[in-house]
Design a protein around this ligand. Structure first.
Ligand code: NAD
Length: 283
């Protein structure tokens, strides 16, 4: 290989949905450092603009932020129009918008003979509306931006998509069935689309982050009053061989690798970035 590693990424335009969030911000900064022009989309316009402003100030590179709702095709098309006008053709897509919500979370981890009187604190008490919202955000919120932003990549026969999955896609965690089902669907869709696009130069891969303390899971992992880890937080640390939560910037090596030509013969995979969590049998 004669070309300089990662030189193919210089000046490429990458859309990042959910780019105003904790992990999205870290990825946007990571790819900006690698020479990519990040275009941050978020339902929270202020957050999207702030991430872009900070990147421009900190790295002296181009960066853009727009409002877009990943569940609304019209909103995505409007963002695309602005991007094509202000920035140029879109080369890369990271589907980062996602998350869990308390309305799609059971109170009980499992039913036992002792808690049979609390059936509504488990599966039977799940609010379907909350379930649907979380499923849609994570799955439809990956499918729709992919529909909107990859058409021209296919026409130009060049591009890469990176979906953000989760440990829950392999084995569901207790309490969060909608999130787990949606992330499993994201992995399946990653494989499906990778095959569909394989002969037209657009690669589709995913990463499965382990556990990173962010807004979406803080209520499950840290006690609001004491600031101590909850029992669930402690279990996660005990199940992560490296013994700690990840730092969102830990994802960037894998993100850059999967977006760049370094991984040009790779499509349809999901790489865990998890401090060993998915390799550990628990004993
Ligand atoms: P976060 O809540 O900090 O960020 C999510 C971002 O998505 C927010 O900025 C939010 O405004 C935006 N968003 C929500 N709904 C949207 C919509 N309809 N349209 C556009 N944007 C929308 O969460 P995070 O932890 O940074 O999560 C980012 C991704 O990483 C998610 O897909 C999440 O499932 C995944 N993930 C996180 C962890 C973790 O430990 N935090 C682990 C595995 C996977």
């Amino acid at each position: 290989m004669k070309e300089k590693l990662l030189s193919d990424l210089k000046g490429k335009v990458c859309v990042i949905t959910g780019g105003g969030g904790v992990i999205g911000t870290a990825m946007a900064r990571g790819i900006a450092e690698a020479g990519v022009i990040p275009v941050i989309l978020d339902i929270n316009e202020e957050a999207a603009r702030k991430v872009a402003d900070d990147i421009r100030a900190d790295y002296n590179v181009k960066a853009f932020g727009y409002r877009a709702n990943v569940l609304d095709r019209e909103s995505l098309e409007a963002a695309k129009k602005s991007i094509l006008k202000d920035v140029g053709e879109i080369d890369l897509l990271i589907n980062g918008a996602g998350g869990n919500a308390p309305q799609a979370t059971t109170k009980l981890e499992e039913l036992t003979e002792d808690n049979l009187l609390q059936l509504d604190d488990g599966f039977f008490g799940l609010q379907l509306e909350g379930f649907q919202k979380v499923f849609d955000l994570n799955f439809m919120g990956t499918l729709l931006p992919t529909l909107v932003f990859t058409r021209e990549m296919v026409e130009r026969k060049k591009g890469a998509v990176l979906n953000i999955s989760s440990m829950n896609s392999y084995k569901p965690l207790t309490k969060i069935p909608a999130y787990s089902a949606a992330k499993a669907a994201v992995n399946n869709f990653t494989e499906w689309l990778a095959v569909h696009f394989a002969k037209v130069g657009v690669r589709v891969n995913a990463i499965a982050p382990g556990f990173f303390l962010t807004n979406q899971n803080r209520f499950l992992l840290v006690d609001e009053k004491s600031g101590d880890l909850t029992g669930r937080g402690q279990k996660i640390i005990a199940s992560t061989p490296m013994g700690k939560f990840g730092d969102p910037a830990d994802l960037n090596g894998t993100v850059i690798y999967l977006l760049s030509d370094m991984s040009r013969f790779i499509t349809g995979i999901c790489i865990p970035v998890d401090g060993g969590y998915s390799a550990f049998g628990g004993v």
